[in-house]
Design a protein around this ligand. Structure first.
Ligand SMILES: [Zn+2]
Ligand SMILES: [Zn+2]
Ligand SMILES: [Zn+2]
Length: 634
């Protein structure tokens, strides 16, 4: 299915600007700059010279790729959804209705119609709670003369949810609505009435069954009371006899249990909507949460060495296949093509979409996620989201900044005074952290600030490109109400400071962000059509995110962990037994089992992470090569 997003040409613009900088003899000057702040100042000072009105052009762009609400497209998606619904391709139909909802003007009849149609899909997929919710969202703006259909569907949902009273009540409302609605097609109404009569009969059957069940329940209670009495008699008996107490009590208990499960088991209640299932996540960790790294198991510890930097090691022997880290992303970013499949805020699969009132680029899985996003970072993205979505990892850097609450952000920035990207300072940060054992490593903004950048190893071309992008991001920020000052001069200073931090975040994201994949087989249910063309792939990348704790793990092409993204958490499990003192090693991408060529792996790692991999997997392959070489010389 064609996604309604297309790319803009920021890459081209950045390359052209770089060429211009070379032509004008400014490239060498840039290459000698030592800090992010200096690089941003350079862009700021030469912006007219190098870029004329590029940024203005970008920010005022109302090109076709800019997707605001669009009634025509919304209607088209709904029609497409209807076609899929007829073909019984329910997941595609649901995707089209979600797209239609995203594109509809807020509180419009179009939006209501699409929610209404989505409720039909959800009913067919047995998501009855969700179907009722979609009907509720459709109701206010749904055409009055058609409302009886929604009410009938709701009656059917309650019937399926084993609630005959509520179902009968809804059915009554439905009949009243039909009576009140003038001008309905007689023939259609007749066949509709037949459906209602059918449901009525089913409700009657359900009612009868319920009565029987209640009767059975009463009987069961009576029996249990009798048993209790017999227990009391038994106690008397035991006190006066030689029979081993346990045997008799156990037998009696067993017979009660059998009866409970076989004869009196009540029908299982309908499963509640997904969002209401809450678990204490920290309890899932092996041996409970760590005192110093709250999202990690207490079997781990943070270590530091000059060659490895900060890293994580096992405090004790850890068995295979246990949960050792459970971390929520600090910031995450959905790949644009999955905008109508997963929640922009928590990355959960969307069943009922909640929209942004302004743009059509995002959907949320719940009112909670919608409110959280709109009240925080999304207000700084909404207007320019069509540009941000073309910037890849730089968008994640932007969100990392804007998701941070203002007070924390400015305090952290002030504490670090001038943002630095120099390796020595970075190492000092690591040392400080390592030396201070009372320091709790949280997945928060101050931890993000301390992540490594590898600036020293980056090429001037790349740094130039990132600086331009960071400056563009700061222009976007400036066009919102994010900055604190109103005075023009102070605003410039603030913008430059934020741009330099964005530049630092871009570099950090490049070497610390994690790709999030899901395994198709176990996580995608009927409702999810993922708009992904490559159906052969077992695992699928659908987002990237920054996990400050997980980012501390070093790489190995044969990692001793496996990562699973589930319910908004990155869950890290041991993939083998890990011995006390052994390092916990993640894979940054090139895994030996998937990429057997050592050369290929090393190139990928060198290019993005600037190190030559000497992991177990890489040295295994190298050894025989060295031996062969040695033999040859002999
Ligand atoms: Zn969500
Ligand atoms: Zn928006
Ligand atoms: Zn390796």
């Amino acid at each position: 299915m064609e996604s309604p997003f297309s790319d803009m040409d920021w890459l081209d613009t950045a390359s052209n600007t770089l060429d211009l900088a070379i032509q004008k003899g400014l490239y060498t000057e840039f290459s000698h700059l030592k800090s992010d702040l200096d690089r941003i100042r350079f862009i700021h000072n030469h912006r007219t010279n190098l870029l004329s009105n590029t940024f203005e052009r970008y920010l005022s762009s109302t090109s076709s790729s800019c997707l605001t609400k669009n009634a025509t497209t919304a209607i088209n998606f709904r029609k497409k959804g209807n076609d899929y619904f007829v073909e019984k391709d329910l997941s595609r139909a649901a995707w089209c209705y979600r797209a239609s909802i995203a594109l509809s003007t807020i509180n419009s009849q179009d939006m209501a119609l699409s929610y209404g149609n989505l409720s039909a899909v959800l009913f067919e997929l047995s998501h009855y709670h969700e179907s009722i919710r979609a009907i509720q969202l459709a109701n206010d703006f749904y055409p009055n003369e058609l409302k009886f259909k929604l009410v009938f569907r709701r009656a059917a949902c309650y019937h399926k949810l084993n609630d005959p009273e509520r179902s009968a009540y809804e059915l009554k409302i439905c009949r009243d609505l039909i009576k009140k609605t003038a001008g309905l097609d007689r023939k259609k109404i007749d066949s509709f009435c037949k459906e209602m009569d059918h449901l009525s009969r089913q409700i009657a059957i359900l009612n009868k069954r319920k009565e029987e069940e209640e009767e059975e329940e009463q009987q069961q209670q009576q029996q249990q009371q009798q048993i209790k009495k017999s227990y009391k008699n038994l106690d008397d008996l035991i006190q006066n006899s030689q029979t081993p107490t346990e045997t008799i009590a156990t037998c009696l208990l067993k017979s009660t249990e059998e009866k409970t499960t076989d004869e009196f088991c009540p029908p299982s209640p309908p499963s509640p909507p997904r969002s209401t299932i809450l678990i204490d996540e920290s309890k899932l960790l092996l041996n409970g949460p760590n005192k110093y790294i709250p999202c990690a198991s207490s079997t781990l510890r943070l270590a530091y060495s000059k060659d490895k930097g900060r890293h994580i090691i096992a405090n004790q022997d850890i068995p295979s296949d246990v949960l050792i880290l459970n971390e929520r992303p600090y910031a995450c970013l959905l790949l644009p093509k999955f905008a109508y499949t997963y929640c922009d805020h928590c990355l959960t699969a969307i069943v009922i979409p909640y929209v942004c009132p302004q743009c059509s680029h995002v959907l949320f899985c719940s009112e909670h996620c919608q409110q959280r996003a709109l009240a925080s970072y999304h207000q700084y993205e909404c207007k320019h989201i069509h540009i941000l979505k073309t910037l890849g990892i730089a968008f994640l850097a932007y969100r990392t900044l804007t998701i941070t609450d203002h007070e924390t952000l400015w305090t952290t920035i002030t504490q670090t005074t001038i943002p630095n990207d120099n390796e020595e300072q970075n190492n000092n940060n690591h040392n400080n952290h390592n030396n201070n054992n009372n320091n709790i490593y949280k997945s928060d903004y101050s931890s993000i600030q301390k992540l490594i950048t590898h600036t020293e190893q980056m090429s001037t071309d790349d740094l130039f490109h990132y600086s331009l992008t960071a400056y563009l991001l700061s222009e976007i920020i400036k066009s919102t109400n994010f900055l604190r000052c109103n005075q023009i001069k102070k605003r410039d200073t603030e913008q430059i400071l934020l741009a330099s931090i964005l530049l630092k975040h871009i570099q950090q994201m490049i070497c610390n962000a994690q790709t999030i994949s899901i395994t198709k087989t176990n996580q995608i249910d009927d409702i999810i059509f993922d708009n992904d063309d490559d159906h052969d792939e077992i695992t699928k990348r659908f987002a990237s995110a920054i996990f400050p704790t997980c980012a501390l793990m070093n790489h190995s092409c044969v990692p001793n962990i496996r990562c699973v993204f589930d319910q908004g958490y990155l869950r890290v499990y041991t993939a083998k037994t890990i011995r006390q003192g052994e390092e916990i090693l993640n894979c940054y991408g090139p895994q030996k089992s998937l990429m057997p060529s050592i050369e290929q792996r090393q190139n990928v790692l060198l290019e993005q992470y600037f190190f030559k991999c000497q992991c177990e997997g890489c040295s295994e392959v190298q050894k025989p090569q060295i031996e062969t070489l040695a033999n040859g010389e002999n």
